[in-house]
Write a protein that binds this ligand. Sequence first.
Ligand code: HEC
Ligand code: HEC
Length: 341
Amino acid sequence: MKKALFLLSFVFILFSCGDNNTNENKKYDPTPYQFTQQIPQRDFPLYIPADNPMTVEGVELGKELFANKILSVDNELSCTSCHKPENAYTSNVRFNKGYKGKLMTRNTMSLVNLVFNKYFGWEGSHSSLEEAILATIENKDEFHEDWDNVVVKLLDAGYADKFYKAFGTDDITPILVAKAIAQFLRSNISVNSKFDRAYYFNDPDARFTPLESKGFELFLSEKGDCFHCHRVGPFFDNRFHNNGLDANPEPGLAEVTKEATDFGKFKTGSLRNIAVTAPYMHDGRYSTLEEVLDFYSDHVKYFPTLDPNMNHEGGIFLEDDEKEAVIAFLKTLTDEKYLNK
Ligand code: HEC
Ligand code: HEC
């Protein structure tokens, strides 16, 4: 018995020596990530999965991977090719070009405040951020790269250590890449617009002009009705609606759920930083906020799934000065400090 125990501990010592040798100079002791922004909690539930807690090391690794062309074939594209930090992580074009210049069929989405999101993609194709990122990396029209090649490139570029520090393993897998980028994107928060300073933080230097106040009132009124879907705070609602863009809409959410009642429904876009994220809607059909307001005012199209909160008689019929006021309010959602950082 004694001998067996002795042998066992000997084996254990051998094993741990071996372990120490391969992981020389490496330490897995990640620092939990703390948000640096003040988040007004009552309106903003956070979605952080238990199996991907945020750490300083994970966020840092994700930030590097997000900007690194290594993930794509021919090292042509990085996430920042389409999701540009200076445009609130989208681009000012209707459709970006993917692999070999192929045009996308959807307008690129802004990747700010994703930590408050439950569903991803205009059609809601993904119910976790990790899954959405994994799909992008593996999408043949976007990155088009073989995973074995990516791993070789990442190892050559010295990433093994960084993965170890973030996840305690240097076995680089697609899911770990997705997890790191997800951690970075969850840290990417913008809640310091003029609106936030006026509404949440009572900053006397951020008082609304009369035009902005009138716009906010319309936004919140039954006439304007914007707030039902673009909820005050995040300015989206983690839901899908048919807001009446087309009399013969594309399937939208029905593509995913196969339910006729979901036909023509798309993810409610956030209105944060909306003044810098033109063009607008899932297919980037409107290039200005004036066009968006004209649509909601006078061109809402009927289809059986049209949202009950939309006026089924063709729009909310705003006067020109009312449209101007709503636009002035929407511009208070621009977070200059965040965009210039
Ligand atoms: C070629 C342009 C392009 C590149 C490169 C690209 N994206 Fe995107 N991204 C898009 C488009 C277009 C959409 C909207 C897709 C849809 O819903 O059909 C999108 C949507 C997303 C969404 C969903 C956001 C939401 O609010 O639902 C996430 C997350 C995302 N991209 C992350 C990434 C990451 C991470 C990378 C790098 C690994 C990346 N993207 C690279 C064009 C791009
Ligand atoms: C019934 C819910 C609903 C109401 C009410 C509503 N919206 Fe929307 N809004 C949406 C949806 C859904 C989208 C995305 C539609 C798409 O792309 O197919 C959207 C998109 C937008 C966009 C473009 C977002 C982007 O990232 O491209 C803007 C701007 C906008 N809405 C402003 C407003 C304003 C202003 C009002 C009030 C006059 C309003 N919305 C009322 C649901 C709504």
